[in-house]
Write a new protein. Sequence first.
Length: 291
Amino acid sequence: MWAIIAASAALGGAVALAAANMFGRYSGLTVPRSEPAALAHMLAPHARLRLPATGEAPFPTALLFSGCDGPKDNLDTWSAALNAQGWAALVVDSHTPRGLTDFQLWRLVCAGQLLTGAERAGDVAVAVAEAKKLPEVDGERLALLGASHGGWAVLEFLSMADHGEVPHALTRWPEGMAEAPLDGVAAALLLYPYCGQLSRASRRGWNSPVPALFLLVEGDAIASEKPCQRIVAREAGRGLPVEQHVYYGVTHGFDQKEKAALSALAFDAEATEDALARGIAFLDEAIGRAP
């Protein structure tokens, strides 16, 4: 009897602690803040820029942000496909620089206990600022591509930029971004992103007419597609260029072969091929391919 009561109390305490931590992370109260230059310096050694084999710089460039388990083979697949169509691809690794490669740690990212979307939006901000400095990159034709948790981060960046809220990982916007954080960002491609209750984009959206395409999974058990569909309906209803495509009969992360042990998620070659073609066609239409 007493053991059951003690166990229940311990469980309740753990739940309360997790909820408090999530609130602190969501609100930014418990998130360590860095100067933009310091965050950029931390991320730079693990960023990967891949360029097309042909064509002349500067190239339209996609900035890629992974799911909560860190960069996997799907970002390599997207990078190669983008390169083949004349795009540069910059993979931004938010996990390795923070030591979030261990299974127990990145699981906490997936659970919203570490590195929320509003915090990781700081990575998006400094990646945009740093990409513009690269001679290979066309700073006026940048696309943000986020998968799952990375999509959450991209959506938070869009919403925070339009509502005057500095991403939680930063003390301030990067140099030259304060007045117009979305300058140069000409499209957003969201792969099965998180759009739930902790998403500012879900609650208040954004205002800038950045073309956005959501590639969603019907019955997504990891990040429900329904809140994302509500975002699409609301923002499109306000006249913003937001659209969606829903895949049926596949799982969350259908374009990723590397999975955790015992994962119920499955790679789907056909859906991946369609997503690559559909996503890059969307980016070409929104931004335009390099000559």
